[in-house]
Design a protein around this ligand. Structure first.
Ligand code: GLC
Length: 621
């Protein structure tokens, strides 16, 4: 049980403030709209406790300075409210301050899991906190402590690993990085440990999130700007498992999915975000047993619990007042209500007036919110130092990201030690548009919610990294060349996605990718494949044609980190943080599944390291 985050004097000051608050002000503190919905003056008028930027909720122009100006305006409004309770602004900085053009974008969690390096993740947490605080933001909806069980899930890459111990260790490290020299210091950032609980244990086909008949009016899914391709994605399995139902028993839930929350609370986390998913048929946002009895009671969590985006609406579709009553009574303390925040405020006010929600429940919720705000020192210093803006995307952070990329790469096949390559060797053929696509190497949650292709933000592509190493490189996006090459490197990528938009029933390579591989295979003596993906893909049929395979995951803006290791500047040291399935029949993961590579697999090119036993040259694959 973690000690209470506040001194007794601080706890007393929270009680005194609580006593002075009106019911409306209390409910205002429990309300978190999205920044595009908030009418000017409403933060002041309603004493709103928080505002968020959803995925891609960016100012225009999208610069660190304009982010700071946008967020600062909301802080100013909060300070003009009757009690001047400071605002908490929240963002999804899930791999660096990824919504901000020019920020350092680190590898997504699946790559960090492959590093098994807690100190690295702690340093990334600190660098991320500095870049987030530079924009006057002190709340980051990270880390996801999901423990993915089915890599068809579009949020697999937000998880560090399928292994609970790896998730617990790395999540605690990131939180320590967010905390820095203490929660009360001006550059600490409040983490949001998410999504409670067993978000990653849902069953394929049980999600009800996307209804084809309401696509045109779904304000949230419209943000993804998928257009006609949305229907195509639904045919590929989009929104089939994300936000679905988890059927695991309580023993499994406690053994696999609860420990990361215990580790996060021990590390001082003061916010938890609830999962959209259901457990045994009941929406997590209505689970009093897990939210109140387990999280707040058994685990002693003294912080506050926030809903996910519009999530309470899913409890009783069409009966909003019942959603509000059941969510707040289950243990929600703050509600992320991106659009109709005044409807929520009015509904909760009626619930309290009618006695369906007690004043003591309201007080408990607001006490928890104020506890986090006092712990962060927001009453003493509600604004951060604008000089921090110099740190956004700074060389030091990009060097750290490059180190993370180097350590995240997993070498899974290396017949005849074709890797590392010799930059002074014969001209290298590099093929595949993905080799020169910064957006593809960053993945989802980058500048926009879903991410995108091309130069979405400043960084270095894998190709640019190879070219900067000084070797002779011939780049052929389509793999059509007029001569043979000793070595060909083919870079393949998943198209960027986020959340359920990335749920896929088929994880095979596309026909175009297979054709590209065949073209290059015919033109080179040795073939190296680099995968930029948010999860293991089904590559069993093609793998025997490859001399080397590198899993590069979603490395972010510092693509030269991949080139460093391909050219032997740094050894391969990464280890799979997920089982690599042999076929779709082996999903979801289970003891009897057949694997192409097991959790922990990874060859090394570090002569001093012990090579991974049993997979020396992968001759059999
Ligand atoms: C999203 C995600 C959650 C994110 C939140 C705010 O739907 O589920 O991870 O923090 O909304 O963007």
């Amino acid at each position: 049980m973690a000690p209470h985050p506040l001194s007794s004097a601080q706890q007393q000051s929270v009680e005194q403030l609580l006593e002075t608050m009106t019911l409306s002000e209390k409910i205002g503190q429990m309300t978190q709209p999205e920044k595009n919905s908030v009418k000017p003056g409403d933060v002041t008028r309603l004493s709103l406790g928080s505002v968020l930027s959803g995925g891609g909720g960016n100012p225009d122009p999208n610069t660190p300075q304009s982010w700071r100006e946008m967020v600062g305006a909301f802080h100013e409004e909060a300070q003009q409210s009757r009690l001047g309770i400071p605002l908490l602004y929240g963002v999804d900085a899930v791999h660096g301050h990824n919504n901000v053009v020019g920020a350092t974008v680190f590898p997504h969690n699946i790559g960090l899991g492959a590093t098994r390096d807690a100190d690295l993740v702690r340093r990334i947490g600190r660098a991320t906190a500095l870049e987030v605080a530079a924009t006057d933001v002190r709340w980051d909806f990270a880390p996801a402590v999901s423990v993915p069980q089915d890599v068809r899930w579009g949020r697999t890459y937000e998880g560090y690993s399928q292994d609970t111990g790896v998730v617990s260790e790395l999540a605690a490290a990131l939180i320590e990085g967010f905390r820095g020299d203490g929660w009360a210091t001006p550059t600490s950032v409040l983490p949001s440990v998410k999504h409670f609980i067993a978000d990653a244990a849902t069953t394929w086909g049980t999600s009800r999130r996307a209804d084809r008949s309401t696509l045109a009016t779904d304000r949230t899914l419209a943000i993804a700007q998928m257009g006609q391709s949305f229907v195509e994605l639904l045919d590929l399995g989009a929104w089939q498992i994300d936000q679905g139902n988890s059927e695991i028993d309580e023993a499994t839930l406690r053994a696999v999915h609860l420990p990361p929350y215990q580790a996060a609370i021990e590390a001082g986390a003061l916010n938890v975000m609830v999962s959209y998913s259901s457990w045994q048929g009941l929406k997590m946002h209505a689970q009093h047993y897990l939210l109140t009895e387990v999280l707040k009671g058994e685990l002693g969590f003294a912080g506050f619990v926030v809903s996910d985006w519009e999530a309470i609406d899913q409890i009783h579709p069409g009966d909003y007042d019942r959603c509000v009553v059941d969510a707040i009574n289950a243990g929600l303390d703050m509600v992320m209500v991106p659009f109709d925040y005044e409807r929520f405020i009015a509904s909760l006010g009626r619930a309290v007036q009618s006695g369906q929600v007690s004043e003591s429940r309201i007080d408990d919720a607001v006490r928890r919110i104020l506890t986090a705000k006092v712990a962060l020192g927001l009453f003493e210093h509600p604004r951060t130092d604008p000089a921090l803006l110099n740190l956004v995307g700074c060389a030091e952070h990009r060097t750290l990201a490059r180190e993370a990329v180097q350590k995240s790469l997993v070498l899974l096949k290396n017949v005849g030690d074709v890797l590392p390559l010799d930059p002074a060797g014969p001209e290298l053929l590099v093929a595949g548009e993905a080799a020169d696509d910064l957006g593809a190497q960053c993945g989802g949650w980058t500048i926009s919610w879903m991410g995108g292709h091309g130069p979405v933000t400043p960084g270095t592509t894998l190709l640019e990294g190879l070219q900067a190493a000084g070797g002779q490189v011939h780049f052929s996006p389509d793999g059509v060349v007029d001569r043979d090459y000793p070595v060909g490197v083919v870079v393949l990528a998943e198209a960027p996605y986020a959340e359920g938009m990335g749920d896929r029933s088929d994880l095979s390579l596309s026909a175009d990718q297979v054709a590209l591989l065949e073209r290059v295979r015919a033109r080179c003596t040795r073939l190296v494949v680099v995968l930029l993906s948010g999860r293991p893909l089904i590559i069993t049929e093609q793998l025997p044609q490859w001399d080397a395979l590198v899993a590069a995951w979603l490395p972010g803006t510092e693509g030269q980190g991949v080139a460093d290791v391909l050219y032997g500047e740094r050894p391969f040291t990464g280890k799979l943080s997920f089982d690599w399935p042999h076929s779709h029949a082996d999903l979801p993961r289970r003891p009897e599944a057949t694997l192409l590579f097991p959790l922990g697999a990874g060859l090394t090119t570090d002569a001093d390291s012990i090579r991974f036993p049993g997979l020396q040259d992968n001759a059999k694959v």
